[in-house]
Design a protein around this ligand. Structure first.
Ligand code: NAP
Length: 309
């Protein structure tokens, strides 16, 4: 069995299924549609929104990006969200985060109709997840669960450790693993002696947003390691420390002047792990695939009245 967990391949399988689902809806005269709000001109957000739009196009999902200047006021954005909530043609509404700091992110996210909340950040969707009756689930943890399921990695009864307690990744991840009957521990920046806790993990999810936080000393033999972190590494000295022995990475580094890397020191951890996600090509592609999945699911829920209670 290959050790590497190929997120790209799994994401391709998910998007193929979404494409079939979209085709089926289109044949019945229903055109699933995703609307994205992009406020300001953050270059990373531009890239993410661009790739979401291209993926929609590939799968036959209609998409509209609402570009608003950085100085846009909360009331104007609220009006747009209300309009999209009312619009029968819109199935999914996504606010690209982070919003400029003057805007009340939480309040604006709460205005989105929970049935159109394809990011799964609305309190109603979070509450449902906590109650074990998920509807629209945050894309990154949902994608990780999908990967574990498709790769037939057992979860029930196993010790899972999640590093990070954000609303976007850590908390929903822990909740999903718990509902799948893992015994879950959540670590965060105040956790003492991280290695003694992560060393007990049979499944380790690293979502701390701290480059190469997890080294060989943090994992036991046979651990399944999922690296959510995403960082651009451009420091040559650090590059040598992390990837000095990888010719393939070095070629990429020399070509682009940087490489993407994660929260896990892959070269050090991979020999101990039973399965491990790379960065890039691990969790990233799964996240966008699950956004497409959620958009289709939202279209079905609202337009076909699927009962998910
Ligand atoms: P976040 O909101 O910054 O949360 C980070 C969490 O990690 C916090 O709970 C923090 O603890 C904890 N933490 C930070 N340093 C730590 C340390 N040294 N030891 C233990 N815990 C530590 O980040 P996020 O939005 O969850 O994202 C996490 C990472 O995943 C980022 O690198 C992000 O770019 C990446 N990401 C990737 C994808 C993808 O599709 N691949 C999607 C989303 C996010 P406190 O709560 O105590 O501050």
């Amino acid at each position: 069995m290959e050790k590497k967990l190929d997120g790209k391949k799994i994401a391709a399988a998910i998007t193929e299924e979404v494409r079939d689902g979209v085709r089926e809806m289109l044949a019945r005269g229903i055109a699933p549609r995703l609307d994205v709000l992009l406020v300001g001109d953050d270059p990373a957000s531009e890239v993410y929104v661009g790739s979401k739009g291209r993926m929609c196009e590939k799968l036959g999902i209609a998409s509209t990006t609402h570009r608003l200047p950085a100085g846009t006021g909360a009331e104007e954005i609220a009006t747009l969200i209300r309009r999209l909530n009312e619009d029968e043609a819109v199935d999914g509404i996504l606010i690209q985060l982070p919003l400029p700091s003057h805007l009340p992110t939480r309040e604006l996210l709460e205005l989105i109709d929970p049935l159109k909340d394809v990011d799964g950040f609305h309190p109603e969707n979070i509450g449902r997840l906590q109650q074990g009756r998920p509807r629209l689930v945050p894309c990154t943890p949902a994608g990780i669960m999908e990967m574990l399921r498709r790769e037939e990695i057992p979860i029930e009864g196993r010790r899972a450790v999640v590093i990070g307690r954000s609303d976007i990744v850590g908390k929903p991840m822990a909740m999903l693993l718990m509902h799948a009957n893992a015994t879950v521990t959540i670590c965060h920046s105040r956790t003492r002696d991280l290695a003694s806790i992560t060393g007990q993990a049979e499944i380790l999810i690293a979502a701390a947003g701290s480059m190469s936080l997890i080294g060989a000393e943090h994992v036991s033999e046979g651990t399944v390691v999922v690296d959510v972190g995403m960082h651009r590494l451009s420091d040559p000295t650090r590059f040598e420390e992390l990837y000095g022995s990888s010719e393939k990475k070095r070629a990429a580094f020399e070509r682009r002047g940087s490489v993407l890397t994660g929260d896990v020191d892959y070269m050090a951890v991979a020999p101990k792990a039973s399965r491990i996600t790379p960065v890039p090509g691990g969790v990233g592609p799964l996240t966008i695939a699950m956004l497409m999945h959620n958009t289709l699911h939202a279209a079905r829920l609202r337009r076909e009245g699927v009962d998910d209670s």
